[in-house]
Ligand binder design. Structure first.
Ligand SMILES: Cc1cc2nc3c(=O)[nH]c(=O)nc-3n(C[C@H](O)[C@H](O)[C@H](O)COP(=O)(O)O)c2cc1C
Length: 362
């Protein structure tokens, strides 16, 4: 029976434990989206994770709308990421790049034009921009030319990830961004072969995975979804049917692992609109399932030992505990993060959280 500390194979990547670091946008890459020494230090501190999933990383200027978030579309960004991947590998860790196109959530101030989405819709609430919060603007529905360009951008960014020394990539298919805007029906009202039936709504993500897998090999590709939360105006009228069909597609494409942000009790995401879908996906998908959100390890251990999941990914506690895996192994006390520095700032609230050894010595 596997435990949190049993090694795990995710396609071509071998993990020494099953506690992964969830993707966490920290906005320290500057306006050009170029990773730096500070980011290298932050990630290297967390190399004890079974696998680090990087913060969401733009595949193109058009697709990146978060101030100071990193990109992976040009050589400068590739060189910046090399600092990070080298530092993580030197500490014995592994890291994949989360590939991001934000779709309608890109404000024109950042993306440089009207945002593109599955449909001509406007996201609710406000975009973060360099001049503060601004209402989202209406997206235009992607044409086939747009879709072909975006697929090429995914493939290009995936190749850049490998050039930058990443062990693989994770496609961001969660949280209301572009892939999710095609997938779930509240944001997709197309009447062509990318909209309507579940099969049609899955078409875009299938093509993204084929493009990325074709570029770097499917054994280095994973994907993240958020099936049971309503997020940034995106939800689905029948998540169970959609994600079971998606499980068939992932099985057919031989995608080796998926990460599901699916809270199963009322938590930080508020109340849970629908039950987790991973139990329904499991019989149809033979790859590895990583579960996320609000887990403590008693519970995560229970779900892994019970065969309901293969690994757990942890977000906020990794911000405040660089040596989280050691702390879990020792059942040691945990630090709690300061939310004011989650999405901005320099070293403060980023690389200055103490290791257990420092706390014991103090
Ligand atoms: C500061 C912060 C940044 C985040 N950035 C990302 C991101 O870049 N990509 C993503 O898929 N999820 C992102 N998330 C969601 C986390 O990966 C995770 O799903 C969430 O924090 C719940 O897990 P936890 O309870 O272990 O923190 C972010 C969450 C936080 C708090």
């Amino acid at each position: 029976m596997p435990s949190l500390f049993t090694p795990l194979q995710l396609g071509a990547i071998e993990l020494p434990n099953r506690i992964m670091m969830a993707p966490l946008t920290r906005a320290r890459a500057g306006r050009e989206g170029v990773p730096n020494e500070l980011m290298a230090r932050y990630y290297a501190q967390r190399a004890g994770a079974g696998l680090i999933i990087s913060e969401a990383t733009g595949i193109s200027r058009e697709g990146l709308g978060w101030p100071d978030a990193p990109g992976l579309w040009n050589d400068e960004q590739v060189d910046g990421w090399k600092l990070v991947t080298d530092a993580v590998h030197q500490q014995g860790g592994r890291i994949v790049a989360q590939l991001w196109h934000m779709g309608r959530l890109v404000h024109p101030d950042l993306g440089g034009g009207q945002p593109v989405s599955s449909s001509a819709t406007t996201a609710p609430d406000f975009a973060h921009t360099y001049s503060g919060k601004q209402p989202y603007t209406e997206a235009r529905a992607a044409t086939q030319v747009d879709i072909d360009r975006i697929l090429a951008d995914y493939a290009h960014a995936a190749r850049n990830a490998i050039r930058a020394g990443f062990d693989g990539v994770q496609v961001h298919g969660a949280n209301g961004y572009l892939v999710d805007q095609f997938l779930r029906d509240s944001a997709n009202d197309r009447d062509d072969n990318y909209g309507g039936s579940t099969g049609n709504r899955i078409r875009f993500v299938r093509q993204v995975l084929e493009a990325v897998g074709g570029a770097i090999g499917m054994d280095r590709v994973g994907i993240r979804f958020s099936p049971n939360i309503h997020v940034q105006g995106v939800e689905d009228s029948n998540p169970l049917a959609l994600y079971v069909e998606l499980a068939w597609t992932l099985e057919e494409l031989k995608v080796p692992w998926i990460e599901l942000r699916e809270p199963y009790k009322s938590t930080s995401s508020g109340s849970i609109p629908t039950a987790p879908v991973s139990p329904a996906m499991r019989p149809h998908y033979s790859g590895k399932i990583v579960i996320n959100s609000d887990h403590d390890w008693t519970d995560a251990r229970h779900r892994i030992e019970g065969g309901h999941a293969d690994a757990v990914s942890i977000g906020r506690l990794f911000i405040a505990n660089p040596d989280l895996v050691t702390r879990i192994a020792m059942d040691a006390p945990l630090n709690f993060g300061d939310q004011r520095t989650f999405y901005s700032g320099g070293a403060q609230g980023y690389t200055d959280y103490p290791f257990l050894t420092e706390q014991v010595a103090a």
